[in-house]
Structure formats: structure tokens, C-alpha cells
Ligand binder design. Structure first.
Ligand SMILES: C[S@@+](CC[C@H](N)C(=O)[O-])C[C@H]1O[C@@H](n2cnc3c(N)ncnc32)[C@H](O)[C@@H]1O
Length: 258
């Protein structure tokens, strides 16, 4: 049976904090320690803690929702999921990989910046990924770059990992450049990304892509990503698009995005 953890939420209202600063208390062997939601290394080290916190308690359902949106987009154009060669960026302990593997994709490769994510994925879901890279996509070595290119990906997924101090635009862009020119993108992003007052790099990158000739949107849906600690609903957009042309290497610089 999966171990249950003693998780306690603090009295401070979490909506007063940036999402990356939200903390909880973990009580182990009678000792309480404060962890941030973004302390992924500590969270992944404990089997089942990530699932208990985000999926059971805070009702996150993004991997299944984004996988379903991708499935519907492909069904609309009568293309099978089972030929997809997927790069899952910010793969964590493999929640999205598990969803896509269930759909029968042909190749499933994970990438994350911390080794604890790969360790947890291999520990908890050993049969999901064909390979798993621990890399910083903003500073990819030539070897890793060539090795990733060798998979000939035609789909990039990125779930619950964009914005809020997670994956920066440059990392997403580098991963996107590893996808075939007619390949798919499936990801989620916070609710405000279409709002021009949201000037964060990632929101600007996605807006520029949407209105460029390089991407066609096949599916855009607002849905409940999870609950906050206060039980408030947090809405995200799920988006599925298809690349139409090779994006110039200097696309970020052209648009002043760092
Ligand atoms: C909230 S978790 C999401 C994990 C998984 N996609 C899911 O849906 O459960 C965010 C993940 O993004 C990873 N991450 C953060 N910054 C990153 C970066 N620059 N490059 C790659 N992964 C990154 C974190 O290590 C973490 O595993």
C-alpha cells in the first residue's frame, strides 16, 4: 500500500504569496519541516508525496486533461496517437508520461532540470519513458542536443511546468526546436496569458507564436487545473497547436523575449 504523509497547510493565506513561494509543512517522525511547492527535489525523493499533495489533496488533473485535448486534436485531423514521438519537458516523476503511454504513443522521452525527477520517474513509473534526460534546456550541450535530435520528435508536451518560475521561454523554445516542423505542441498555461498586461516572457512567447505563421491552434480550453490551498479553483488554459514552418532561431530576440 502507498505510504501516506502527514501534510499540514499553514495559517497564511496562500493567495498572498507568489505561486512558487507557497509552502506546506511535512511532518515526519514527529518533526515538522516547511517545504515550498517548488521544492521538487525534496518532494520527489519521497515516493507518493507529489501525488498525495497535488493530485489527491489539491485535485490537479492537468496531465489527463492535456492528454485528452491532444487526443481530440489528433482525432479531428484523423491522425493516430500511436505514431507520436513525444518529448515531455518538465516531465517530473512521469504523470504526463503515464497518460500518454496509456494512449499508446510510439516514443516517450522525458526531460527535466533536476536529477531527482528522473530518479523518481524511474523509481515510480519505470516502464513509461524510453529515455529521460536531465538537462538545462537553456544551456544544452552539443552531445545532448544531437542526442535529442536523434529521436525525431513530432510532439512536445509540457504540463504544469510553465510560468511561476519554472521553465523559462528559452528552455521551451529550445525544446520546440527539437520538434519536426509539422509537429504538435500540447501544454497548459495560467489563465492570464492572453491578457496583454501579462508581460511575463512565457505569456509573450505564446502570444507571439499564436499570431505568427509558425503555429496553428487546434484546441484552446479553459479548465480547472487544481485547487489552491484555500480551496479556490485555479484555472489554466490547455492548448494544442501544430507547427507549420520552421521557427527562426532568433525568434525570441526578434520579439525582445529573454
Ligand atoms: C509541477 S512539476 C510538473 C511535473 C509533471 N509535468 C506533472 O504534470 O506532474 C514542474 C516540473 O518542471 C521542472 N522544471 C522546472 N524548471 C525547469 C527547467 N528549466 N527545465 C526543465 N524542467 C524544469 C521541475 O523540476 C518539475 O519537475
Amino acid at each position: 500500500m502507498q505510504k501516506r504523509y502527514q501534510i499540514q497547510f499553514p495559517p497564511t493565506a496562500a493567495h498572498q504569496l507568489a505561486q512558487s513561494e507557497v509552502c506546506f509543512n511535512l511532518v515526519e517522525n514527529g518533526k515538522s519541516q516547511r517545504l515550498r511547492f517548488h521544492d521538487y527535489d525534496e518532494i520527489y525523493r519521497r515516493p507518493g508525496l507529489y501525488e498525495q499533495l497535488f493530485y489527491n489533496r489539491l485535485k490537479c488533473n492537468s496531465p489527463s486533461r492535456v492528454a485528452e485535448m491532444l487526443h481530440r486534436a489528433l482525432a479531428t485531423v484523423r491522425e493516430p496517437m500511436n505514431e507520436l514521438r513525444v518529448l515531455d519537458l518538465g516531465a517530473g516523476n512521469g504523470m504526463m508520461g503515464e497518460e500518454l503511454k496509456r494512449e499508446g504513443v510510439a516514443r516517450m522521452v522525458g526531460a527535466d532540470i533536476i536529477p531527482e525527477a528522473r530518479d523518481a520517474a524511474l523509481r515510480d513509473r519505470p516502464d513509461i519513458y524510453d529515455d529521460y534526460y536531465v538537462v538545462d534546456m537553456t544551456n544544452l550541450s552539443e552531445d545532448d542536443s544531437e542526442s535529442l535530435a536523434g529521436w525525431r520528435f513530432d510532439c512536445l508536451t509540457c504540463v504544469a511546468a510553465l510560468g511561476f518560475g519554472d521553465i523559462p521561454p528559452k528552455a521551451f523554445f529550445t525544446a520546440m526546436k527539437k520538434i519536426r516542423t509539422d509537429g504538435w505542441l500540447a501544454f497548459n498555461i495560467k489563465e492570464s496569458f492572453l491578457d496583454p498586461t501579462d508581460q511575463s516572457g512565457f505569456s509573450r512567447l505564446i502570444r507571439e507564436l499564436i499570431f505568427s505563421k509558425y503555429l496553428n491552434i487546434h484546441h484552446l480550453e479553459l479548465y480547472r487545473h487544481r485547487l489552491s490551498m484555500e480551496g479556490r479553483q485555479l484555472f489554466y488554459y490547455g492548448m494544442v497547436g501544430r507547427l507549420t514552418e520552421s521557427i527562426p532561431d532568433d525568434f525570441l530576440a526578434q520579439h525582445g523575449i529573454e
